[in-house]
Design a protein around this ligand. Structure first.
Ligand SMILES: [Zn+2]
Length: 408
């Protein structure tokens, strides 16, 4: 299947220091709609698809089952957990025709625990590993930093429900490993920071990345290298070794919280004889914000520059008018080989098309120009900027090499 030209590419941003967010918007990946609400455009949803495909693969390997829970959660379950009072200002709520109050999915601990008590769970069936990927809504007072702090965003939530604390801790360790595995596959250097304080008073850690956009407070010890994520108070020295702390420009990509029995006790979710409250470990990974981290990691002065495994599409085929039939055939052959092809069919100057191609940043650009003969193509690799002329089999071979080298 060929992907024909998208309508969403905008003019190249002016200036030399273009922010990742501006590249995403100019190249047709995203479009801000209202404060904290950003639409993912076709290229953006294709990057999200790459991420969710891989995450689902990792999750299933680890024995997680995917759920699709309703966006509407009864307000009562939030009152039961005690978190309605605490987070009232942060929740988006609505009243439906039945006169009941609903919270619009900000997170799903309550919904998952409610589900578990509706399904009579036996201890022999624990641990139970569940996840969901989808939209979250939060009444963020000050949405900022593009995809990093929004009111509507896409999150992957993982819930491991265990029978005892030791099992819950093993599950949490596995969640941390899964999160790091995904970041590693993305080629992002992520560090694990300890939450200095958490609202539930339970152990939690934050996975953060050094970025140009400071989104959260992270301090790292200059002696032992341990890092801490602060929500309120900032301490002067490392709680571990007492060494001095340095302030880091960081943004959080996910977290793992060992909630234990705290919420299960409040909601009365227990199993076995005698009855024991279930233990829950939770992980969240911000998938829409991950796209912004990737844009920062994989961009240069001309635009985005995707590695093969993360690219929305693999190859951008650009023909002159008299070679458009040949370009169509080339695109179909490459698609049949398993490559995802973006076929240029706009009536634009080559100059404009090349500027756009660099901004969009697909790994391989193939031009069918006037100067090369039928059956040969001018190839350019976006990241290395290497240029060469190749026939069909050479082109395929190089693309196969590229796909192997860049899959981590
Ligand atoms: Zn230290």
């Amino acid at each position: 299947m060929l992907y024909m030209t998208s309508a969403f590419t905008q003019a190249k941003p002016a200036g030399s220091n273009v922010e990742p967010l501006s590249w995403l918007e100019a190249a047709g990946y995203i479009k801000p709609i209202s404060p904290g609400c950003i639409a993912l455009l076709p290229f953006g949803t294709l990057v999200l698809e790459r991420l969710t495909e891989k995450l689902r693969e990792f999750a299933r390997e680890k024995g997680f089952w995917e759920l699709a829970l309703p966006l509407l959660q009864r307000r009562e379950i939030w009152e039961e957990s005690g978190r309605h009072e605490r987070y009232r200002h942060f929740l988006a709520e609505t009243v439906l025709a039945d006169g009941h109050n609903y919270v619009i999915n900000p997170t799903q601990e309550e919904a998952v625990l409610d589900l578990m008590r509706r399904i009579c769970i036996r201890p022999a069936r624990l641990p139970q590993r569940l996840f969901q990927i989808g939209e979250r809504i939060r009444n963020e007072i000050r949405p900022a930093h593009g995809l990093l702090r929004g009111r509507s965003f896409i999150l992957a939530d993982f819930y491991a429900i265990a029978a005892d604390a030791a099992s819950m801790n093993r599950e949490a360790d596995m969640l941390e490993a899964t999160l790091l595995h995904l970041m590693d596959w993305c080629g992002l250097s992520v560090e694990r920071g300890i939450y200095a304080t958490t609202p539930l008073g339970v152990p939690a850690c934050s996975f953060w990345i050094k970025t140009c956009t400071r989104q959260c407070d992270v301090h790292r010890c200059t002696i032992c290298g341990r890092s801490y994520r602060f929500t309120r108070s900032v301490s002067e020295s490392c709680p571990g070794c007492g060494g001095p702390l340095e302030d880091i420009s960081a943004a959080e990509i996910g977290d793992v919280v060992r909630t234990g029995t705290v919420l299960a006790e409040r909601m009365g979710v227990a199993t076995g004889t005698p009855r024991a409250f279930v233990q829950v470990a939770v992980a969240g990974i911000g998938l829409s914000r991950l796209i912004q981290f990737l844009a920062e990691r994989y961009s240069d002065a001309d635009g985005l520059a995707w590695p093969f495994h993360l690219a929305p599409l693999h190859v951008h085929v650009i023909p002159t008018v008299d070679r458009s039939v040949e370009a169509q055939e080339l695109g179909e052959r490459l698609s049949a080989e398993g490559f995802r092809v973006y076929a240029e069919n706009r009536n634009q100057s080559f100059g404009r098309i090349f500027v756009d191609a660099d901004m969009i940043g697909l790994p391989v650009r193939v031009v069918l120009g006037r100067r090369t003969m039928t059956g040969t193509f001018d190839v350019r690799l976006r990241r290395s900027r290497e240029e060469f002329t190749a026939g069909y089999s050479q082109l395929c071979e190089r693309m196969r090499q590229l796909s192997k080298k860049e899959v981590l």
